[in-house]
Design a protein around this ligand. Structure first.
Ligand code: GRF
Length: 197
């Protein structure tokens, strides 16, 4: 029986596309839903083009009420009975009340070599620090932001003249390789780390 995977996005959804395209053939999982907190997220059309059901839970409809937003998000998710939830460019911080519901079955991709640079602006921070290498990490989601067990990492060398935008653009293809590789193992309870460099 395939594992049912729901993917949460906020923007273009390039990681969602990579995940969805990987779940074919003998892959132990299949995408069942793509949810965005932004009705204008470009990834929604990409999901529909891939034949994946979509939903929107617009966080702006719940101003200053994170719990109400998460209640609707949870109810929307549960209607599709996901076994695994993948955050893929999802830009809302989730409370412990929500992450606890998916403990041990929710993943996120973060554009840094965790535990370095949790939070935002990771590429700029790596450049400012003069790091010689940068990368991305896939980790299990826990209550603390960008803090759960790391299940895979991909590394790139920082190049002379890199800007945050150029670094992000060079990193994105590695994200698209890393996240599907981690999900494939995760879906069969294989926690062997994926290391790409
Ligand atoms: C990616 O850099 C990802 O690491 C971060 O959001 C960015 C956009 O992702 N979480 P996507 O193209 O929407 O998947």
């Amino acid at each position: 029986m395939s594992k049912r995977v729901a993917i949460l996005i906020s923007g273009g959804g390039s990681n969602m596309v990579a995940l969805a395209n990987s779940m074919v053939g003998d892959h132990p999982a299949r995408p069942v839903l793509v949810i965005s907190n932004d009705p204008n997220a470009g990834g929604l059309a990409k999901a529909r083009d891939l034949g994946i059901e979509t939903a929107v839970v617009d966080h702006r409809e719940y101003p200053n009420d994170r719990n109400a937003f998460e209640e609707v998000l949870h109810a929307t998710l549960e209607a599709y009975t996901p076994d695994i939830v993948c955050l893929a460019g999802f830009m809302r911080i989730l409370t412990e009340g929500f992450t606890a519901k998916y403990e041990g079955r929710m993943l996120n991709i973060h554009p840094s070599l965790l535990p370095k640079y949790k939070g935002l602006h990771t590429h700029a921070r790596a450049l400012e620090a003069g790091d010689l290498e940068h990368g991305c990490s896939v980790h299990e989601v826990t209550a603390a932001l960008d803090d759960g067990p790391v299940l895979g990492q991909a590394r790139i060398a920082v190049e002379k003249g890199d800007t945050p935008e150029r670094l992000a653009a060079r990193l994105l293809p590695l994200e698209h390789a890393l996240y599907p590789a981690v999900l494939r193992r995760y879906a069969t309870m294989d926690r062997t780390p994926v290391l790409i460099s």
